[in-house]
Design a protein around this ligand. Structure first.
Ligand code: ARG
Length: 405
C-alpha cells in the first residue's frame, strides 16, 4: 500500500515516477503489481527477475557465514535490500532520475539498508522515503488512497510481511506483545510442529565449497534447492523463529520468521565445517561470520570490510565439500551423519577400542606442558614453598607433576 500511495503522492507534486519491482523469490504476482503501478500513475515500470543473482551473491555467502543475526535471524529481508538498492541505482541512471524512493518507515532497518547502499553507489542520488515525510496513520493513508481512487487490495493480513527465497518476516499486530505466543495464522510456510508428520524425514545434502548442490543425490541449482527445502522442511514444522531483536534504530522488537531452508542448511553447513576445519580455523571463523552477519543486518553491505570478510570466509570454505545427513522431525532439524573427502576425523586416532593410544609417558608429558601455565600462575599467587620433585627442584614454584609415591 505504501508504495502504491507514494506513486500518487509524487504525482500530486508534479514528479514523474518510474517503478521497479524485484523478484527475489517472494512469490508475488508480478503482473498485477505492474498493473497496480500503472494504475497509480507510474510512467514506466520495471519487473526484474533477480532470484539467481540473489541466491548467488547474497544467499550463498550467508550460508558460508552460517549467518544468524543474534544467533537466530537468518537475515532473509536484510540480504535482499542491497540488491534491490543496486538495481534502483542502475535504473535511476538509465532513466536519468534525480532521486530514488522506497516505502520504508522511519523505525525499521530496511531504510538504513536502502539509503546507505544507494548513497555508496551514487552519493549524488537523493533518497526519498515518502512514509518518513507524510507520517500518516494507516487509516489516513487509506483515506487518501480512496480519495485518489487507488485500488488498494484488501490485505486480510494483519501483519507486515516481507518474504523472499531465504525466508519470511512477520511483524506487527498481536506479535507486538512479546509474551503472547504467535497465533497459527501468522505462519504460511511451516506447519505447526505438533501437527507435523509422525514419521521423520531423512535427507542427504551435498555441499561443494560450502554451498549446497544436491538434495538426495539430485543436483539442483541454489534457488531450486532452497525452494524445495523450504517445502520439505516446512512440512515438518522446521524453521519457525521467535526473536527479541535488537534493531539498528535503538530499540528491541519482537520478530517472527519462517525460514525452513535457511535453518536447515545453516545447521547442516555448520556441522560439515566442524568435521573439516581445524579447531583454530573454526574458532576464528566464528568471529568473521559474526562480523559479516552484523554488517549485513546493520545495512552496511557496502562497507569494504564486508567484502574482505566474505573473501576470507569463502577461502575457509574451500574444503567444505561433503555430505550431511539430517532428520526433520516435528519442528527440529537434527544432523545424524556427515562425511567428506576432507574430513579431519580419523577413527584410527579417535576410536576407543583400537588403534593409536598415547603411551602413559607421552600423555603425562603433554599434560605437564599443557597445564603448566595454569599451575605456575596459581602457585605464584598462593606463595607455595618450593619443594623438590623426586628429590630435585620443582618444575616451577610449588608445582609438582610427578610425586614420589
Ligand atoms: N526485522 C527484520 C530485519 O530487520 C525484518 C524486516 C522485515 N520488513 C518488513 N516490512 N516486515 O531484517
Amino acid at each position: 500500500m505504501d508504495t502504491t500511495v507514494a506513486i500518487k503522492w509524487f504525482q500530486d507534486q508534479g514528479v514523474e515516477v518510474v517503478t521497479l519491482t524485484a523478484n527475489v523469490g517472494q512469490k508475488a504476482d508480478m503482473r498485477s503489481i505492474e498493473e497496480r503501478a500503472y494504475q497509480a500513475g507510474a510512467v514506466k515500470h520495471y519487473s526484474l527477475d533477480l532470484i539467481s543473482e540473489f541466491a548467488e551473491r547474497f544467499v550463498a555467502p550467508a550460508i558460508r557465514a552460517n549467518a544468524l543475526y543474534e544467533g537466530k535471524y537468518p537475515l532473509s529481508s536484510a540480504l535482499s535490500r542491497p540488491l534491490i538498492a543496486e538495481k534502483l541505482v542502475e535504473i535511476a541512471h538509465k532513466e536519468g532520475a534525480d532521486a530514488v524512493a522506497h516505502g520504508c518507515t522511519s523505525k525499521g532497518n530496511d531504510q538504513v539498508r536502502f539509503d546507505v547502499t544507494v548513497k555508496a553507489l551514487d552519493p549524488n542520488l537523493e533518497v526519498i522515503a515518502p512514509t518518513r515525510i507524510w507520517k500518516w496513520t494507516r487509516k489516513e493513508e487509506l483515506e487518501y488512497a480512496k480519495l485518489k481512487g487507488l485500488d488498494i487490495p484488501e490485505t486480510h493480513s494483519k501483519y507486515s510481511v516481507d518474504q523472499n527465497l531465504w525466508g519470511r518476516s512477520i511483524e506487527g499486530g498481536e506479535l507486538e506483545d512479546p509474551w503472547a505466543e504467535p497465533p497459527e495464522e501468522a505462519f504460511e510456510w511451516t506447519v505447526n510442529p505438533e501437527k507435523a508428520p509422525d514419521e521423520p524425514m531423512y535427507l542427504n545434502i551435498w555441499f561443494e565449497k560450502g554451498i549446497p548442490t544436491s538434495l538426495n543425490d539430485r543436483r539442483l541449482d541454489l534457488p531450486e534447492l532452497v525452494s524445495e527445502l523450504n517445502k520439505m522442511a516446512g512440512e515438518h514444522g522446521v524453521g519457525r523463529v521467535d526473536h527479541m531483536e535488537s534493531r539498528v534504530i535503538g530499540f528491541k522488537s519482537r520478530e517472527v520468521y519462517e525460514a525452513p531452508a535457511a535453518i536447515t542448511l545453516i545447521e547442516a553447513h555448520k556441522d560439515l565445517e566442524k568435521a573439516i576445519l581445524s579447531r583454530r580455523e573454526l574458532k576464528f571463523k566464528s568471529l568473521a561470520d559474526n562480523e559479516w552477519t552484523n554488517l549485513v543486518y546493520e545495512g552496511l553491505w557496502a562497507d569494504p570490510l564486508r567484502e574482505s570478510l566474505e573473501e576470507f570466509i569463502a577461502k575457509l570454505n574451500h574444503y567444505v565439500t561433503g555430505e550431511v545427513r539430517i532428520k526433520l522431525y516435528k519442528g527440529s532439524v537434527i544432523v545424524v551423519g556427515r562425511s567428506s573427502p576432507y574430513s579431519a576425523y580419523s577413527k584410527e586416532i579417535a576410536g576407543y577400542d583400537e588403534g593409536w593410544y598415547p603411551s602413559d609417558e607421552e600423555a603425562r608429558g603433554f599434560i605437564q606442558a599443557w597445564g603448566l601455565h595454569t599451575l605456575t600462575t596459581r602457585a605464584a599467587r598462593r606463595d607455595v614453598p618450593k619443594i623438590g620433585i623426586r628429590g630435585t627442584a620443582p618444575v616451577a614454584k610449588g608445582v609438582y607433576f610427578f610425586h614420589e609415591a
